[in-house]
Design a protein around this ligand. Structure first.
Ligand SMILES: *[C@@H]1O[C@H](CO)[C@@H](O)[C@H](O)[C@H]1NC(C)=O
Ligand SMILES: *[C@@H]1O[C@H](CO)[C@@H](O)[C@H](O)[C@H]1NC(C)=O
Ligand SMILES: *[C@@H]1O[C@H](CO)[C@@H](O)[C@H](O)[C@H]1NC(C)=O
Ligand SMILES: *[C@@H]1O[C@H](CO)[C@@H](O)[C@H](O)[C@H]1NC(C)=O
Ligand SMILES: *[C@@H]1O[C@H](CO)[C@@H](O)[C@H](O)[C@H]1NC(C)=O
Ligand SMILES: *[C@@H]1O[C@H](CO)[C@@H](O)[C@H](O)[C@H]1NC(C)=O
Ligand SMILES: *[C@@H]1O[C@H](CO)[C@@H](O)[C@H](O)[C@H]1NC(C)=O
Ligand SMILES: *[C@@H]1O[C@H](CO)[C@@H](O)[C@H](O)[C@H]1NC(C)=O
Ligand SMILES: *[C@@H]1O[C@H](CO)[C@@H](O)[C@H](O)[C@H]1NC(C)=O
Length: 439
């Protein structure tokens, strides 16, 4: 009866917290203002068109764009051509046979533009370009959450009444999920000279806002969560088939780790995963282990494992919801930022790797994991090991919701457990005794 009741309340608890976050999929309660804004600043007129600087701002707290990077597409309104670009390039020149002598960079009605790669010669760069289309999330690094290029447009009209903004602007990569609104004429951007002594302004500025919707992305899940605790030896694995089944029509797209050394991996990031065979078939698994119980604190170990041979996840991030994040005390080897969409709830945190140390989650294999420990201060009015309270309510990896085990499968606190605490006093005593023995 007791067990039934506590299981029932866990289900209820999780259902309630689930419900309050999945109301409208297109709206992200954890990042209500998150968007990508594209600013198109015309800075000068040319004999047959204009020169503009196009800047992509990733205002999303925890969604970033990783290698192979962004791809921006649009549709011209008139007979525009791109004479030249700096810091980016069109992927296809198209049919420029009407031109003689000076050839345009691109004549397509619907060009697709990509960033240049790091290492591009300086004379082909502008600031914030040439990172291979990789853009950080705003919370992780606002300085690299921006990407820019310069574009010289011809046959476009040469005054603010004859030019037309491009339409159908699309973030072709990272792909489905992002929807961009129409270009809007906004007050001209003001620019400050690097020495801060002279202000200039764009001749004309258009803004385009793109928003992400998990519903539109309609992706199969890409990550799952497994759980364990010091008080119960059962390890709760990721649910079977969380991200796909080994026996599905996609069978054969996974690799036995025993033969991984002969895996036909591409050696560069590819959006098509090449997975190690697992029961969950997810590229990413997050393991949450409730590790230690102290008198006033408790400790969790979080480990992220990569099962994808085709991806080094740079600048990965986790978003974790747990009611004890309002009292997080210490965090080892990850960065931390609270996500506080509502000032009175502080239960969601963003975690990410430390630059040059573990900000890269390597492809599947011996190096394909990162881990950290979190120390929480107990809030006596809330804290309990019962009813699965110590486990996260939900986890996102790189902005994707991870599949959790069903709450009635969580490791249970054994019945009638006396005192689970590891008292700091006992630890001290043991240390003291062992020091004595060693002497
Ligand atoms: C886009 O995000 C920025 C920064 O959070 C915000 O100021 C702006 O209002 C957002 N734009 C839209 C259209 O939501
Ligand atoms: C176009 O430019 C003229 C002068 O350069 C200015 O007076 C006018 O307000 C501008 N119109 C728009 C729509 O920006
Ligand atoms: C551009 O958008 C219009 C309507 O918004 C649509 O009819 C047209 O098919 C789109 N064109 C392309 C190339 O996507
Ligand atoms: C246009 O985009 C810029 C850059 O993101 C932003 O600062 C500005 O507020 C936007 N303007 C409008 C009117 O949305
Ligand atoms: C595929 O495997 C899963 C678990 O391994 C099983 O539940 C399912 O019934 C299988 N489907 C088929 C069509 O064999
Ligand atoms: C990941 O990085 C390692 C080390 O830099 C490299 O050897 C490997 O080819 C990369 N894999 C992918 C999929 O990019
Ligand atoms: C949320 O937690 C962080 C870190 O503990 C703290 O800096 C911040 O002030 C808290 N915010 C609220 C509203 O409690
Ligand atoms: C936990 O955090 C909340 C909100 O920030 C605060 O009111 C409370 O005193 C903290 N509890 C402990 C035990 O630190
Ligand atoms: C540990 O948790 C599992 C899964 O909920 C449960 O079946 C088992 O009875 C628990 N073990 C003990 C010793 O309570």
């Amino acid at each position: 009866m007791d067990i039934f009741f506590s299981r029932f309340s866990v289900v209820l608890l999780v259902l309630i917290s689930w419900n309050s976050f999945t109301t409208t999929e297109a709206y992200d309660a954890l990042d209500p203002n998150g968007n990508i804004t594209i600013k198109w600043d015309i800075k000068s007129w040319t004999p047959d068109g204009y020169m503009a600087v196009v800047t992509i701002f990733n205002f999303q707290q925890y969604r970033h764009i990783e290698a192979p990077g962004w791809q921006l597409g649009w549709s011209w309104r008139k007979k525009e051509v791109i004479w030249n670009m700096v810091g980016a390039q069109a992927t296809d020149q198209g049919d420029c046979s009407k031109f003689k002598g000076n050839m345009p960079h691109c004549c397509k009605k619907t060009p697709t533009v990509v960033d240049l790669l790091p290492g591009t010669p300086y004379n082909q760069q502008i600031s914030n370009c040439c990172r291979g289309g990789v853009i950080s999330s705003w919370a992780q690094d606002p300085a690299t959450a921006i990407s820019s290029f310069q574009i010289f447009v011809g046959q476009s009209g040469t005054t603010n009444t004859t030019v037309r903004a491009p339409r159908n602007i699309t973030l072709k990569a990272p792909g489905p999920g992002y929807t961009c609104g129409p270009a809007q004429h906004v007050p001209s951007t003001k620019f400050m000279s690097p020495d801060n002594r002279r202000k200039t302004q764009a001749l004309l500025t258009w803004n385009i806002t793109c928003t992400y919707s998990q519903f539109l992305a309609r992706k199969t899940p890409t990550c799952c969560v497994s759980l364990s605790s010091f008080y119960n030896e059962t390890i709760i694995p990721c649910p079977t088939c969380s991200c796909g089944c080994q026996n599905s029509s996609l069978a054969g797209s996974c690799v036995d780790p025993k033969i991984a050394s002969v895996v036909p991996a591409l050696g560069k990031n590819n959006l098509e995963p090449l997975l190690q065979c697992t029961n969950h078939m997810c590229p990413i698994r997050i393991h949450w282990h409730v590790k230690t119980n102290y008198k006033e604190y408790w400790r969790v170990k979080v480990a992220i494992t990569n099962f994808n041979y085709n991806m080094n996840y740079s600048q990965w991030n986790l978003v974790v919801q747990h009611p004890n994040f309002d009292n997080i005390t210490q965090l080892f080897s990850f960065n931390y930022n609270p996500l506080n969409p509502y000032a009175d709830i502080n239960d969601t945190a963003m975690l990410w790797g430390i630059k040059f140390y573990n900000d890269m989650l390597s492809q599947a294999g011996p190096l394909g994991n990162v881990q950290s420990e979190l120390l929480f201060r107990k809030n006596p009015s809330k804290f309990t090991f019962e009813k699965g309270w110590a486990f996260p309510r939900r986890i996102y990896f790189n902005g994707d919701n991870c599949v959790m085990p069903p709450p009635d499968a969580y490791p249970w606190l054994p019945n009638g457990t006396p005192n689970l605490e590891t008292s700091p006093f006992i630890i001290l005593l043991i240390t003291f005794i062992s020091v004595l023995i060693l002497m």
